[in-house]
Design a protein around this ligand. Structure first.
Ligand SMILES: Cc1cc2nc3c(=O)[nH]c(=O)nc-3n(C[C@H](O)[C@H](O)[C@H](O)COP(=O)(O)OP(=O)(O)OC[C@H]3O[C@@H](n4cnc5c(N)ncnc54)[C@H](O)[C@@H]3O)c2cc1C
Length: 813
């Protein structure tokens, strides 16, 4: 047995398409002292048996970015690596069965155009000109993606490995990593061929990622599904068509029936994502195997019968073909179906690029993203959708299995803005959950915490089916309007369990924070919004800061940001400072509206004359609470922070006091409506690393008098150059749908920006868009258009101030 290289700067564990792409992109970035360790032969995991489809289509902006990049990379890779590459760019026809599906396609066409791709909507008549063998009588249209294609996954992996080797990186096969330990600031990886020391490790172990993660003390949120495709023998008509046209048929995806059908040689490859799907390796009698290299599960055609029949009805030629082979292999899933790419939470110098469900079409982009994380500590595109820190550690195996199966069975489903997927619910309940449920709360999960989205009134349709619409109006609409009006005219209360909160103390804590954030640290007794920028001046996160004492800081942030923000703070924490995570000990209610002071006066001993952006300790119903005078709803209001055990008593007291004053509970849909009217940004929608602090229109949170803070140099340079695009507020004549994320803004026939939020503001009675607009066009009063599901709607650029209560008089009342 030859010895393994004893040292490398980076070790990538796993030699599938993704691991090979990580190695290639690291080497390409100049980090050539990298070593890939593969337990078997390259491709032995999921890669060898993958069908190799390479779509660019995605309804997620960041995933589309990754897939678009992959397709571009694969086009040139064969030549670059001097390796034979079967990559067929056949295009694809994605069939739509409903108006909603066509709207989804229209949205993706818009996103694709913004990314430089020309996807095309096909009318019923056009479909057969692209795909002559398909039945169209029951369809509503289709999408043609000219960039779609298929690649040989093994060749892709070998070509990436070869190109990486040519740049100086190394690959060691038949070399499993069996253990890891930390020694003197380095990782030491044990293998049967000897130890390897390295600075940085990447877990690219595919469906083995949980086992590899466990070596680092990390419990990965994932599970493994069985996924099949079937190969059919030659069909003379297909053979004749290819001979006549000199091309393969485009890939056909019947997304509403949930399968793809691809020409394979002169026959077909049929791959369903079946509802009656099967998870593997989740029960004691089906243990995870030590080694499954190049193995498959037994065929399980029974699960696929409905899909075969449906495909035969859609493309009757299929009936003529003999089934020749079934491939049934393991495919890993996270609870949301997106992979894990980025820093390994809580583990130094360790990264993840694993749990890929579409690892062939995403490998190229994933390698780029991973290499940027490793070499630069940040990525070009905001990649929150794939960031391992979007999971925060509570996702138990039961949850992972249920969500994985749900995602698999709905792989091609539409993701409607008001729809909540039913699996994996009820995992984290507020202390007053039963009370809000009794009041009609319709819940949705936020980092697992069930929060009221809206409160159903008697007779409101609360079915899941009613949520499946792109339309603004659904059963919630009237209720949300009433909730917003209560907040405007009287008072509302929103139960918000799960806010992330970090208590930072120690000598110099305030000075340390000042160097981390762009703005000022609030004075003792006061609150402030703090923006954290990266070295490029881009928006990493936003937290509320309550200064409890000179060097005593409470940082509060979104529930979903728990791991991300804790990781960021710990990574940069000053020496001698302590960070205590109080997230699970406290809960929050927002009490807001013109009568909020009267409600609070009836139950608390706090000094309610204290101004906006102050905090104080007080008592409600005998419990110690913290009152913070802020309101994300943009009205007079306080956040009431109470210990979880005290929360029910506090809730009861406030509700009882508020009842005669018109207090009513409100939910997250209303909060979204209220906050867009105030131009308040939402994290990872409006606030992301896709934008700098200056682009985000957050100058008032930049304290240029500070000699140093992270991102200062980049922001100063940007300011000198001139900010090319900037945050904007639009009022849109939007019709029936509010604009989705990344809806494009048009001016004089060209795209000049994009929306990061779009929602209806009930107080101002208009659809409001928050987004980014080219500097020259971002002039109040300018008429622009917003493309919403393929239709351009008139909109007007607003002044750089909130639409509701621009002078903040109501908040300061
Ligand atoms: C039937 C089927 C069809 C599919 N079709 C497509 C498709 O058309 N398009 C698409 O994009 N995706 C498809 N997929 C998914 C795709 O196969 C995977 O997403 C992709 O192969 C994942 O690549 P990877 O490199 O992340 O993981 P893998 O290919 O699983 O590679 C992980 C590697 O890590 C190695 N390893 C594990 N543990 C260790 C250790 N301790 N030490 C060293 N090495 C280790 C393994 O041996 C393995 O080679 C399909 C999957 C299936 C099952």
């Amino acid at each position: 047995m030859s010895a393994v290289p004893g040292q490398a700067r980076v070790v990538v564990i796993g030699g599938g398409a993704v691991g090979a792409s990580c190695l290639y992109h690291l080497a390409k970035a100049g980090w050539t002292d990298c070593l890939l360790l593969e337990k078997n032969e390259l491709t032995a995991g999921s890669t060898w048996h993958a069908a190799g489809n390479v779509p660019t289509f995605s309804s997620s902006w960041s995933i589309m970015n990754m897939q678009r990049y992959s397709a571009g990379l694969y086009r040139g890779l064969g030549t670059e690596a001097d390796y034979p590459m079967n990559y067929h760019v056949t295009g694809s026809v994605r069939l739509g069965h409903s108006r909603e599906r066509l709207q989804e396609f229209q949205r993706v066409v818009g996103m694709g155009r913004y990314q430089g791709m020309d996807l095309e909507i096909l009318s019923l008549g056009d479909i057969r000109s692209r795909y002559p063998f398909v039945e169209t009588h029951d369809l509503s249209g289709a999408l043609f993606d000219p960039y779609d294609g298929d690649i040989d996954p093994a060749q892709l992996t070998q070509a990436l490995a070869k190109a990486a080797r040519a740049l100086g990186a190394r690959v060691e096969r038949f070399c499993p990593v069996t253990g890891v330990r930390r020694e003197g600031g380095e990782w030491v990886l044990s293998t049967p061929k000897g130890d390897v020391r390295c600075e940085i490790v990447v877990n690219a172990a595919g469906y083995y990622a949980k086992q590899v993660g466990a070596m680092f003390g990390r419990d990965l949120p994932m599970m493994v599904m069985s996924h099949q495709y079937m190969l059919f023998a030659t069909i003379p008509e297909i053979e004749a068509h290819s001979a006549a046209t000199g091309a393969k048929l485009p890939l056909l995806r019947d997304v509403d029936s949930s399968y793809y059908l691809r020409q394979e040689k002169n026959g077909f490859n049929l791959g369903p994502y079946e509802m009656n799907c099967k998870a593997h390796w989740v029960t004691k009698d089906d243990p995870f195997p030590e080694d499954f290299s190049f193995q498959l599960f037994p065929d399980d055609l029974e699960r696929l019968e409905w899909y075969i029949a449906d495909a035969m009805a859609r493309v009757p030629l299929l009936e003529k073909a003999a089934l020749t082979k079934v491939i049934n292999g393991p495919i890993p899933y996270t609870p949301d179906g997106n992979p894990l790419i980025g820093p390994m939470p809580g583990v130094p110098n360790a990264f993840e690029a694993c749990v890929f469900t579409f690892g062939i079409c995403q490998a190229g982009g994933a390698g780029k993203v991973l290499a940027e994380w490793v070499t630069e500590g940040a990525t070009e595109w905001d990649m929150w959708s794939c960031d391992p820190r979007r999971f925060t550690g509570w996702e138990d195996p039961d949850y992972c299995v249920k969500k994985g199966m749900e995602v698999y069975g709905h792989e091609y489903a539409m993701h409607f803005p008001h729809h909540v997927w039913p699996e994996g619910r009820g995992k984290k309940l507020s202390a007053v959950h039963d009370r809000t449920a009794a009041l009609g709360a319709q819940f949705g999960p936020y980092n697992g915490w069930e929060r009221a989205l809206w409160y159903a009134r008697k007779g409101d349709d609360v079915s899941e089916a009613a949520q499946r619409t792109w339309g603004r109006e659904g059963p919630w609409f009237g209720a949300v309007k009433a909730e917003c009006e209560a907040v405007r005219d009287a008072c509302g209360i929103l139960d918000l369990p799960g806010f992330s909160r970090f208590h930072i103390t120690g000598p110099g804590a305030a000075a340390w924070l000042a160097a981390q954030i762009t703005g000022k640290v609030p004075n003792v007794g006061r609150l402030g919004l703090a923006y954290f920028a990266d070295d490029m001046g881009r928006i990493v996160t936003e937290m509320s800061v309550a200064r409890l004492g000179e060097d005593d800081l409470l940082l509060i942030t979104a529930a979903t940001a728990l791991s991300h923000d804790r990781d960021w703070l710990l990574r940069h924490l000053g020496e001698g400072l302590s960070l205590v995570d109080l997230t699970n000990e406290w809960s929050t209610q927002i009490l807001t509206g013109p009568r909020a002071r009267d409600v609070l006066a009836a139950v608390s001993d706090g000094d309610l004359t204290k101004g906006w952006l102050t905090h104080q300790a007080a008592r409600i119903a005998g419990a110690e609470v913290m009152l913070m005078r802020v309101s994300f709803a943009g009205e007079l209001g306080w956040e009431i922070h109470s210990r979880v055990g005290d929360t029910p008593a506090v809730w009861d007291a406030v509700l009882a006091a508020g009842a005669p004053l018109g207090l009513r509970p409100f939910g997250m849909f209303a909060l979204n409506s209220l906050r867009v009217e105030k131009g308040y940004r939402a994290w990872k929608g409006d606030l992301s690393t896709d934008y700098t602090v200056l682009q985000g229109g957050l100058e008032r949170f930049v304290d240029w008098t500070k000699p140093e803070f992270r991102g200062r140099a980049a922001l100063a340079a940007e300011q000198q150059r001139g900010v090319t695009k900037r945050f904007c507020t639009l009022v849109i004549e939007a019709g029936e749908q509010d604009p989705p994320y990344m809806a494009t803004i048009w001016h004089e026939g060209a795209v000049v920006g994009e929306l990061t939020s779009g929602y209806y503001g009930h107080r101002v009675g208009a659809c409001i868009g928050l987004g980014m607009l080219k500097a020259g066009v971002n002039v109040p009063g300018t008429a622009v258009e917003v493309e919403i599901f393929g239709v351009r709607h008139p909109a007007v650029v607003q002044a750089d101030q909130p639409l509701w209560d621009p002078k903040n008089e109501r908040i300061r009342a």
